[in-house]
Design a protein around this ligand. Structure first.
Ligand SMILES: [Zn+2]
Length: 113
């Protein structure tokens, strides 16, 4: 057999991919983390973004747009997306800080009157 120049060691890198409103986020994980990820990917993604599973899913479903925190006249949550200086689609931390907390322009006007 011909003598090998390389040492023959094999390295396996495992990554997982998570949905975000803007793109996929890819992170390196251990084999054990990959197994947990495969068993419950939304829970693991939510933990990664420091959210509950419901928050994570709503963040994705709303495409990163935070909604108004006021109630309409008939008592339902206002469906308006908040206007935001950075274009509207928010990262997880900013979305959590604003979603259903800040109010839309129409409800801001209501507060003033
Ligand atoms: Zn509103």
């Amino acid at each position: 057999m011909t003598k090998q120049i390389n040492d023959g060691k094999v390295y396996v890198d495992i990554t997982v991919s998570m949905r975000t409103p803007l793109r996929s986020e890819v992170v390196d994980v251990t084999h054990e983390q990959a197994l947990r990820w495969k068993a419950d990917p939304d829970l693991c993604a939510a933990r990664y973004f420091k959210m509950t599973v419901d928050e994570y899913r709503e963040w994705i479903e709303r495409n990163g747009y935070a909604c108004c925190g006021a109630l309409t006249k008939d008592g339902r949550p206002c469906r308006a997306a908040l206007r935001h200086p950075h274009g509207g689609q928010l990262d997880a931390g900013e979305w959590k800080r604003l979603h259903r907390i800040e109010t839309c322009n129409a409800h801001k006007r209501d507060k003033r009157t």
